[in-house]
Write a new protein. Sequence first.
Length: 384
Amino acid sequence: MATVMFNTENTLRKHDTLIPMSGTALRYNNFDALRLFLAILVVWSHSFALSLGSENTEWLSMLLNGEYNSGHIAVLGFFAISGFLITASWLNRKSTLSFLKSRIARIHPGYLAAITICSLVVVPLYSDRNFGAISFHELGGMLSNVLLQNYIIASDAFHSGPVNGSLWSIRYEFWCYLGVMAIGLVGAMRWRVVYPLVAIAVMSVRIFLDMTGRHPDSGILAPVIGYAYFWFDVLPPFMLGGFAYLYRETIPRSGSLLLIALMTIIMVANLQIERVYVDVLTRTLFPPVLCYGIFYLAFDKRLPKFNTSKYGDPSYGVYLYAFPIQQMLTVSLKGIISFPEYVAASITLSLAAGYVSWHLVEKHFHTAKKHGPFAGHSLVPGNA
């Protein structure tokens, strides 16, 4: 009798958890659709910045009183999904080397192709540079992109604006992968509490930084690790994503809880108090709420499984090429097409570039396993 009661309780718990425990249930998810949606959300958000000059009138930015806009939310959403999937990837790896090779194969080929095209094609098209003109110094800069340096040949293209302003997050993403590997190699992965403790510690330090008005840079380490303050933005959702995977048998699923959390975020973001307190409260509450919402949708059995990768996985390519495409549209068609037409053209062309990137570059390096809890699933979200 005791065994029957335990099994019944265990079964109910699995059905009521935010994330299912069984491999079969885990495979029935909408991560591909969410990643593509988040990539398009970045395009939508950048449309306001590049065409209108500001994201202040972007819908989610207005709803959240400027604390977050659609693009910012999408970036953090990618890190949350990545934390979940990369933690799963490490725990299901064949070896450390296979884990590292898979991460490099997923990130680098598409990235290197995109950033090279930006330097050698996009820049000459929209500046006074000649095609093929490149100095020894510039060649060295382009070769440094193997280390995710985001180097694009300098020019007056786009009125000195960034050629591809979306690539900044990729370096942070890859360092997060190395962080998961380091946690695993030192044996800390078996202490699941490491994940939430790191997230809480980083968020606590950010509270101090925001309250005191500090935004630390990285000094001489900037070319390696990026801008230090950004880590306090992207690391919490990544660690909370990993936490969700490790603690998936204990996190309850509740639509009411999610609704209350979302309403709370909106209310807090619009509080009529000193702005620094609004910043601290919103930025502290947002990462866990975002993670909960993403995994709620990813594993909601009431939703159909959207097979957005039937003809290839365009999400990473959409992210890699959308910004320069939007820059080209802004310069070439400003005053000719309306803002809705600009948005539609941006999304359409970015999707096309995403599919081309997948079929010509990315899929040839794709190493997703044909077994395990995420069989056939790309473990790297399209970064934003």
